[in-house]
Design a protein around this ligand. Structure first.
Ligand code: ZN
Length: 237
């Protein structure tokens, strides 16, 4: 029911980035279907470095990522479809991290199957917009599981005009009125701490979607949570 209701609206939080410079093409702007996300260099570069980093991160996260880090769910567990790498730019070095919610209907299922289905619905919606893949690099569900989204070797599609070197992490659900679950917040915090350390991103460059552009994302409640996490010594500060 959730997904049926969400199906038509399943685009995730992102309004499509429209500016050609770093954003992605408007759906339908290319005559024959998909326009490459950005023009430019081949996406083949540095994939192995990124994969290496991801593997190392995954090993750490399965062990010592800190309390709260949820199980990492590999991409193959939620979709059989890979990214269309030719439509994406290479990520390069990660310099910043941005937090989102999906902004669809409220969602608090702890079922892995429900969450996987929702992630896949968002991926499909994004691909139907002509994008390379789901816009986010990681997705966290209400149980705190961390789903691998778009490979980190590829630039994401989650903040209009600011996708460059920007790692996108999204919490499934809508947090305008409802507070995110404790499990998802604990996992997000642990994820952020790990990613900040790994990529040497200072807390000043861990932002939310609405801090870049006018949008409700990541919802008032998750925004408040992020404000606390970033200023608390026990959190990310
Ligand atoms: Zn967002």
């Amino acid at each position: 029911m959730l997904i049926a209701g969400a199906a038509l609206l399943a685009t995730g939080c992102s309004s499509p980035p429209r500016n050609g410079r770093v954003g992605q093409p408007l759906p339908g702007t290319s005559g024959g279907g998909r326009t490459p996300e950005p023009s430019g260099t081949s996406t083949a570069s540095s994939g192995s470095d990124a994969e290496e980093a991801l593997r190392a991160w995954r090993e750490r996260s399965n062990g010592a990522a800190g309390p709260g880090m949820g199980e990492v769910v590999p991409r193959a567990a939620w979709t059989t479809t890979g990214p269309i790498a030719s439509l994406a730019r290479p990520m390069g070095r990660i310099e910043r991290i941005t937090v989102h919610h999906d902004g669809m209907d409220e969602f608090d299922s702890y079922s892995r199957q429900d969450s996987a289905r929702r992630v896949e619905a968002i991926r499909r919606a994004h691909v139907n917009l002509g994008w390379a893949d789901i816009g986010y690099h990681y997705i966290i569900d209400p149980a705190g599981r961390v789903y691998e989204g778009r490979p980190t070797s590829l630039q994401g599609a989650h903040v209009r005009d600011a996708n460059e070197q920007n790692l996108g992490v999204m919490v499934l659900g809508n947090y305008m009125r409802r507070a995110p679950t404790e499990a998802s917040v604990a996992s997000l915090e642990s994820f952020l701490r790990t990613a900040m350390r790994q990529h040497r991103v200072p807390v000043q460059r861990v932002m939310t979607h609405r801090e870049y552009v006018p949008t409700a994302c990541p919802g008032d409640r998750l925004q408040t949570m992020m404000n606390q996490l970033r200023t608390s010594r026990a959190g990310l500060a």
